[in-house]
Ligand binder design. Sequence first.
Ligand SMILES: O=c1ccn([C@@H]2O[C@H](COP(=O)(O)O)[C@@H](O)[C@H]2O)c(=O)[nH]1
Length: 269
Amino acid sequence: MSAGRRFTPRAGRAPLAVALDAPDGATALRWAAAVAPHTAVLKIGLELFYREGPAIVTALRAAGLLAGPADGAGPAELGTAPGEAAGGPPELFLDLKLHDIPATVAGGMRSVATLQPRFVTVHAAGGAAMIRAAIAAAPTVEVAVVTVLTSLDAAALAAVGLAGPPQDAVRRLAVLAVEAGARTLVCSPREVRMVRSELGSNVTLITPGVRPEGSEAADQARIATPREALEAGADLVVVGRPITRATDLGGAAKMVADSISAGQGPAAR
Ligand SMILES: O=c1ccn([C@@H]2O[C@H](COP(=O)(O)O)[C@@H](O)[C@H]2O)c(=O)[nH]1
């Protein structure tokens, strides 16, 4: 079973992960400084990690923009229980989408586990053995399993041999992942209700494909607003370009965080 309890943001933080899809470390540091006060999680993906490597994690931590082990970063049993900590810097989400043979993915997980991230992503399409290997290799990391990329619509899925509504593919892959021991899944906000009713309240659901009202979908196909995602049962919403392409990144992140917080409370969850 993958590490951690169901995700709860640190006290005072909106359940928002800002995607730092920056071209270089200097830009990432600037963006992180602007958004860190408003977000629970910072997500580092392929663009930034391939460019800067683990050094970007060290730099963000040195700047106080990312939680480290001393802040109780990592899965809940390694750090603070929900509600215990008063804020603190955002937690680390390494969105590296590992997808390879089990032994290779296990090696990759062992390597990135040294950075003590809260979440690392792998692709469900790598299969159950690969997911089990990822979890076993990094017991302190929450392995977040990507079901169906939020950029894929029904036509794109049919073209890769997965004809049928995206919901069906998401359901199959979510069940496979949980049967392999995962308890954190990535899907679009459109499938959250279905996945939650299929797999219950113990799984953490992370949703990219989130667009504040009026912002461009760009290459995302299965989208909803932050409020809609949370109301459907998501635990953490990922927002990138609508924040990082804004002139005032801090203001944009605050607006998204406020829109989420306005919808939170017993009735909304
Ligand atoms: O299915 C997935 C899995 C991961 N992502 C990542 O989330 C962000 C979304 O960024 P936006 O700019 O808000 O579109 C990005 O880093 C993706 O790699 C995803 O979009 N869909």
